[in-house]
Design a protein around this ligand. Structure first.
Ligand code: ADP
Ligand code: MG
Length: 361
């Protein structure tokens, strides 16, 4: 049985549906992420799990028990909010002790529990400080210590790193992974940042307009997106749309506007004439000076129109002879050169049928 189960959970504000018949099953010990653009319903869904918000339809079950009648404080669930929501006039110790006092933990047990929680987040020795005397990362760790001190079954985290700068965010990500592993507590994590979701999660639910479009491991979401939305939202992706022209074994040919015939592997049986898309990651494309002679499933000529030098890699935007825009990515590391091509250079791109991912429209 999953630890947490959502069945057809729906929440409306007036005639606007913020969360639309969502089904999810989250296992004990998982680092599970709700990922999607701003406004897609992540926070609303999290608030229904916490009990701050009631579903208009559907059920939230924990260990198979419907939580409809449990107020937030009765649920073995704690939330870490976007803003840390620490009490500014209380010391770190005071902040972390607060939920224990609310839970009527015997006073003599409290100092030990607080010390353990601070140790978990590597803040031993910071107990007497006040929130304004801490860095953003430290404040976030206090917020997590405060959430963990009552040993909840599940921790809900709503964009907890959004306010931190890039370097600190990466440090905190590693810390969260370790903390989750150590504590063995189930995390339900909310973010709009796909890189963060891919880095942290065991599984990701990709949300769009109140719906869950795909639930999968990070590598599957990245490599096998179920919809155009998922392909587009997760990382950079070329999306070619067209009509299925022919099928030959496990490979279909799709007539893509402005590009030409693109061959892609797919296990599904699909009738000619059907509209479909191909998702192709820029790093799957081989790009070279225009003179390819080896056989390839897909080969297109074009001209570099733009490039984006990103340090470790360069993204080349190539305009094909037919007028299609394709993005290809090359690692810069191996040659020690900053770039291989300049705008205006003629190039040839190729990729095997297995590199693309077939999406039924
Ligand atoms: N209390 C509310 N009243 C009216 N609309 C709301 C309320 N809470 C959220 N919404 C709307 O529901 C949608 C989803 O919001 P939210 O769950 O906060 O999205 P996310 O966390 O993914 O950015 C948004 O369009 C938001 O404006
Ligand atoms: Mg939100």
């Amino acid at each position: 049985m999953p630890l947490l189960e959502l069945r057809q959970v729906t929440r409306r504000f007036g005639d606007f549906t913020a969360v639309d018949h969502v089904d999810l099953a989250i296992d004990a010990g998982e680092f599970f992420t709700l990922l999607g653009p701003s406004g897609c319903g992540k926070t609303t869904l999290l608030r229904m799990i916490a009990g701050f918000e009631q579903p208009d339809e559907g059920q939230v079950l924990l260990d198979g028990v419907d939580l409809a009648d449990s107020p937030p404080e009765a649920r073995p669930v704690r939330t870490v909010f976007q803003s840390y929501a620490l009490f500014p006039h209380m010391s770190v110790e005071g902040n972390v002790a607060f939920p224990l006092q609310m839970a009527k933990t015997p006073a003599r047990e409290i100092p030990k529990r607080v010390a353990e929680a601070l140790e978990d987040v590597r803040l031993t020795g910071f107990g007497r400080r006040y929130p304004h005397e801490l860095s953003g990362g430290q404040r976030q760790r206090v917020a997590i210590a405060r959430a963990l001190v009552t040993h909840p079954t599940m921790l809900l985290l709503d964009e907890p790193l959004a306010a931190l700068d890039a370097k600190l965010r990466e440090e905190m990500q590693i810390e969260l992974i370790n903390l989750q592993k150590q504590a063995g507590i189930t995390f339900v994590y909310v973010t709009h940042d796909q890189t963060e979701a891919l880095a942290l999660s065991h599984r990701i639910a990709v949300m769009n307009r109140g719906n869950v479009e795909q639930v999968d491991e990070p590598s599957k979401v990245y490599r096998f997106p179920k919809s155009r939305f998922v392909a587009d939202f997760i990382g950079q992706c070329n999306l070619f749309s067209g009509t299925v022209a022919a099928r030959d074994g496990g490979i279909v040919s799709i007539a893509v506007d402005a590009l030409g015939t693109v061959r892609v592997a797919t296990p599904s049986t699909i009738a000619p004439g059907t509209r479909a898309s191909i998702a192709l990651r820029p790093e799957q494309i081989r790009i070279g000076a225009s003179q390819g002679d080896t056989a390839s499933d897909n080969r297109f000529r074009g001209t570099v129109s733009d490039l984006l030098y990103m340090g470790d890699v360069t993204v080349y935007r190539v305009r094909t002879d037919g007028g299609a825009e394709v993005e290809a990515l090359l690692a810069n590391s191996q040659t020690g050169r900053a770039k291989f091509f300049e705008p205006g250079d003629a190039v040839e791109m190729d990729w095997p049928a297995a590199a693309g991912h077939f999406i039924e429209d």
